[in-house]
Design a binder for this molecule. Structure first.
Ligand SMILES: NC(=O)c1ccc[n+]([C@@H]2O[C@H](COP(=O)([O-])OP(=O)(O)OC[C@H]3O[C@@H](n4cnc5c(N)ncnc54)[C@H](OP(=O)(O)O)[C@@H]3O)[C@@H](O)[C@H]2O)c1
Length: 382
């Protein structure tokens, strides 16, 4: 694949995450951003209400001055009905909610081929398995793109349809995703090669963008460690705050027991699902072209739970999780891709009905909270 001077990057999911990535790319690199909106009506509102511009306000502490806002006019944007049939997609960022992924990509499958770079920027786990068995299943004869994953710790929320607040400036880990679990371990050369020769990775590792957006380009196994730690944190804080309807900090003195039960059970399942990662230390740590990783220490139960409690309830104490916001605003939650993922995997790996009972109960409680909030809203209306 060649690296162009001005890469074209299409984005499905110009929400909070899509917008902060897109505006930072436009600000710091030479690329064209092309949003792929849900429908023509949204394209029309984009022109009429936002003068074809996306705006982000950086509200984290470093930005209190004049340059806190980034706004860029977008030259080209499409919806499925008006996508130009002659234009293949070279680079695609998918930043929809996990459960929206397949439906959002589907209309663009004719423009995706084996040279397309597709990066998923989402929380949770399970989207890879879903698209592998769904829109990119072998029997579909659909060419599979070069696949990447972004694990993003930045935080943002929507102010109006095309304006977003960038509330937390943190890191963005990216890696090539293996289509098969058999290829879970990658040599360091793959990363070096991608950052030189792969157009999207070359763009994301542009020195200014990478520095200001805190990008780390990693092997899959290195990124997976960060992804699993974030996943375990989300499995605790998202679902529990949604269920009990609390701000993160309110849980500080009372969450340790529940968080420990969730993390302990989830870890036992993840160790089976990602076995090559948990066997990595003894097989690869002394091999030359592979990074040396400290996996057993990272996933030690006590310190891991301490870290989650500190990060979520102390550092993020004033935060209200996206899952809590989703239940309060009567939107679908990503529970199936967080606690629901380990329940599904326990079933897939035939680990027995008791192996995922904590996460299954947590998942049911989140669904109960969503149902209750919806029922109360219906009652209020009538
Ligand atoms: N927000 C955060 O701080 C944060 C932090 C870390 C990770 N994450 C993760 O990042 C992912 C994205 O989260 P988010 O907060 O950015 O979500 P979001 O603000 O809801 O954005 C999702 C976007 O996807 C669009 N979309 C959905 N279906 C579509 C379709 N069929 N075609 C085109 N566009 C479609 C939505 O458009 P419509 O408006 O038209 O529905 C919306 O603009 C999630 O997995 C989330 O957990 C978020």
């Amino acid at each position: 694949m060649t690296v162009n001077e001005k890469p074209v990057v299409h984005i499905i999911g110009m929400g909070s995450m899509g917008a902060i990535i897109a505006m930072n790319l436009m600000e710091h690199t030479q690329c064209e951003i092309v949003p792929l909106f849900r429908n023509i009506a949204k394209c029309e509102r984009f022109v009429k209400d936002a003068n074809s511009s996306i705006t982000i306000n950086r509200i984290y502490s470093e930005y209190e001055g004049d340059n806190a806002t980034i706004s860029h006019k977008i030259e080209r944007y499409y919806a499925p009905e008006i996508y130009p049939t002659e234009e293949p997609i070279r680079n695609l960022i998918v930043a929809t909610k996990t459960y929206q992924t397949q439906n959002a990509i589907k209309p663009y499958l004719p423009y995706i081929n084996s040279e397309t770079n597709l990066i998923l920027v989402q929380n949770g786990l399970g989207v890879l398995e879903q698209i592998k068995d769904g829109i990119f299943a072998p029997e579909t004869n659909q060419e599979r793109p070069q696949l990447f994953q972004g694990v993003i710790a930045h935080g943002a929320f929507q102010l109006s349809e095309f304006t977003f607040n960038h509330a937390c400036d943190a890191d963005f880990k990216i890696a090539r995703l293996p289509w098969s679990h058999l290829d879970m371990v990658q040599p360091c050369e793959l990363v070096t090669n991608d950052s030189s020769n792969n157009e999207l990775m070359h763009l994301f590792t542009d020195s200014t963008f990478a520095k200001l957006f805190h990008v780390s380009h990693l092997t899959y196994q290195e990124m997976l460690i960060g992804q699993l730690v974030k996943f375990l944190g989300n499995s605790c804080i998202n679902s529990v705050t949604a269920t009990v309807d609390a701000l993160n900090g309110e849980l500080l003195d009372c969450c340790r027991e529940t968080f420990t039960s969730i993390v302990e059970e989830s870890l036992s399942i993840l160790k089976t699902v990602y076995k090559p990662l948990f066997d990595y230390e003894k097989e690869y740590n002394d091999k030359n072209s592979y990074p040396s990783l400290n996996i057993s220490r990272t996933f030690e139960l006590g310190p891991l739970v301490d870290g989650i409690v500190y990060l979520c309830c102390v550092q993020g104490g004033k935060n209200s999780t996206s899952m809590r916001q989703d239940t309060l605003n009567l939107r679908d939650t990503e529970i199936d891709y967080i606690n629901g993922f380990v329940v599904k995997m326990a079933d897939k790996f035939e680990m027995g009905p008791n192996s995922s009972k904590v996460n299954k109960t947590i998942m049911e409680l989140v669904n109960l909270r969503s149902g209750l909030n919806r029922a109360r809203a219906r009652e209020d209306k009538s």
